[in-house]
Write a protein that binds this ligand. Structure first.
Ligand code: HEM
Length: 581
């Protein structure tokens, strides 16, 4: 079966499209320009919409005639028992679905099973799933099947928890997909007169920003240019581990590895975005870094709280004020760092030196973004690029520490491609399939983004045999699907070999549906930092394993994940690093 990530639009040949948008008062320039983007050709012919159909019956008639829009090849999955949804929606069989008798009898959203508000409250606060919402996906799927509706305060959500149904949603996501509406983020931006940015802008405006960010983030060749700076940061991480070991009682233990890797993640992505070393892995963490760390956590937590309360409560309850403060801090840190770098660039230019840089120099000079958009884009990239890589690395080390056999195999591979602790190059990485398999398996067991979303605002859509009106919010239950025994044999076990095609085929481990593993999302809205994240994780993990044998502390209890927007370790992970020298 094919890797779903190969369908990411970014990997396809770029095409030139003329985008002419009307001038907008929010930005300082008129957006009439030509730019390069990496859409698949399907996107120039938007998915057929059901928007003007008006009723399930009309939609079903339409479906019978429609040429479906699909991005994946047909996948026959034995044993799928999902009624109409068992037909994996592909270019061919979406038509088949449409022509079945079932399509005549599309059901409405009100017919979906699902918990009442009271039941949800019970699950979250009495049964204790408030910080384990990843597990709630599994519980609810077993109660209601692969599609159900949940209502919680102002939220009305359709959950889908099978790869077939996730594929159906994605295939109808439209030309400019939206993950979720973020009215409170927009309100903050309006309050401060800031540009909207990736998460708040929608439609062609979102796409214009995204197209500016993509080229130096998603093209392998471009991302390879960041290898030397990432190696520098990995060097700092190794020195930091050496220092922490030497300070520990037994001279080998590093406590709370996730916290150390957070600093690594921050330094890594900052070195690319700001073209400056911040020194996060030094003993004294820069003040601004600490401010950003606190603000990130506050903003994400408060973001979930603020929307639950009505507008009028903002003067009484503290949440909105703290939410605004957290965003102010995030933005201010990014703006300060950017302004500092701009001053350096200006000084270089005025002294006749060429202004060479990496990502920030590109964003400032590409002529596609106003300065205000650069500020907010870099803030959002920083927001997305730290906990994600650092938590994934923490889980990878944790499992390698438990699984001696996997660790030995990884060490063997790294050592054979890069003997004598040579720093791996990006070319070397292509000869390290086991390293990549370890990261994939880590992301399968601990998808750091355990649930994704699609808010389908422009179109009415059909998923399974249900018809949904415009503005339906879908929740894509990745965690549940990644842990589904029907997709992944021995789903709870850490088996990197399942990603090595030849071995996995021989042992029956490679049989999953492409949409059962999409840790970086999929399509034009997928993660913009995927390539950078992979490079950071590959370099860090390979060099750590070159230097150390990693073990769990004696008698350390198992560490479970918890959800705090992202899937993170519920307890500190303490590891022993035994020098291989
Ligand atoms: C292990 C590492 C990472 C994982 C698993 C991950 C996962 C994801 C996922 C699942 C999405 C949503 C995609 C969708 O809706 O289809 C996303 C979006 C995003 N990610 Fe990542 N991410 C990672 C690292 C990074 C890094 C390093 C950066 C920054 C360079 C980053 C920046 C972003 C941004 C800005 C978005 C929003 C894109 C948009 O809305 O257009 N991520 N990521």
């Amino acid at each position: 079966m094919t890797d779903p990530l190969q369908f990411l639009q970014y990997q396809q040949a770029p095409c030139r499209v003329l985008h002419t948008t009307k001038p907008c008062d929010r930005h300082t320039h008129t957006h009439t320009h030509t730019h390069t983007h990496t859409h698949s050709s399907e996107h120039h012919q938007p998915c057929q919409t059901l928007s003007s159909m008006g009723s399930p019956a009309a939609a079903s008639r339409f479906l019978r005639l429609a040429a479906p829009c699909a991005r994946t090849p047909p996948v026959a999955r034995p044993g799928a028992e999902l009624g109409a949804s068992a037909l994996v929606p592909t270019r061919r069989n979406l038509n088949v679905q449409a022509t079945t008798e079932k399509a005549e009898k599309l059901k409405s959203i009100d017919e979906l099973p699902g918990p009442s508000f009271a039941t949800t409250l019970y699950w979250l606060f009495i049964k204790g799933y408030a910080d384990k919402s990843h597990l709630l996906q599994d519980v609810q799927r077993s109660l209601y099947g692969p599609i159900w509706r949940s209502r919680f305060g102002p939220f009305d959500i359709v959950n889908v928890a099978s790869p077939e149904l996730i594929a159906q949603v994605i295939q109808q996501e439209g030309r400019y997909p939206i993950r979720a509406e973020l009215p409170h983020w927009k309100e903050y931006r309006d309050l401060r007169g800031q540009a909207y940015g990736l998460h708040v802008d929608t439609g062609p405006e979102w796409y214009r920003i995204r197209s500016a960010l993509n080229p130096k983030m998603l093209k392998l060749r471009e991302v390879s240019a960041y290898a030397p700076i990432i190696h520098q940061v990995v060097g700092d991480l190794l020195r930091r581990i050496e220092l922490l070991r030497s300070r520990s009682q037994d001279q080998v233990t590093v406590s709370d590895m996730a916290a150390e890797l957070y600093k690594f993640g921050f330094e890594g992505i900052s070195s690319i975005l700001f073209e400056t070393r911040l020194g996060c892995l030094q003993d004294e963490i820069p003040k601004d870094t600490l401010r950003f760390i606190t603000a990130t956590s506050d903003m994400l937590t408060l973001s979930e709280t603020v929307v639950l309360f009505p507008h009028w409560s903002r003067g009484i309850l503290p949440f909105w004020k703290r939410f605004v403060q957290a965003w102010d801090d995030l933005y201010d840190v990014a703006q300060t760092l950017i302004d500092r770098r701009i001053a350096e660039i200006e000084a270089q230019v005025s002294s006749g030196e060429p202004a060479e840089g990496m990502y920030l120099t590109y964003l400032l000079s590409c002529g596609k973004l106003a300065r205000a958009e650069v500020y907010i884009s870099v803030t959002e990239l920083l927001l997305g690029g730290v906990d994600t890589t650092s938590n994934t690395l923490s889980w990878a080390l944790y499992h390698l520490a438990i699984d001696r056999r996997a660790q030995d195999r990884l060490y063997g591979e790294v050592n054979s491609v890069c003997p004598d602790r040579q720093e791996p190059t990006t070319d070397n990485l292509s000869r390290m399939p086991y390293l990549k398999a370890v990261i994939k398996e880590t992301l399968r067991l601990y998808p750091v983004v355990p649930g994704n979303g699609r808010f389908i605002s422009e179109n009415e859509v059909v998923v399974a045999n249900y018809w949904f009106p415009k503005k339906t919010q879908f929740h894509l239950c990745h965690y549940s699907v990644c842990h589904d025994e029907a997709e992944f044999a021995d789903a709870e076990a850490f088996i990197p070999e399942r990603w090595l095609r030849a071995e996995a085929h021989a042992s029956g481990y490679f049989q999953h549906h492409p949409y059962s593993f999409i840790p970086f999302g999929v399509g034009v809205r997928a993660c913009v930092g995927k390539r950078v994240a992979e490079m950071e994780m590959y370099f860090a993990l390979s060099r750590l394993i070159q230097h150390y044998e990693v073990q769990l502390e004696d008698g350390a209890p198992a560490v479970e994940p918890k959800t705090r927007t992202l899937l993170i370790p519920a307890k500190p992970i303490n590891l022993r690093f035994l020098s291989r020298a």
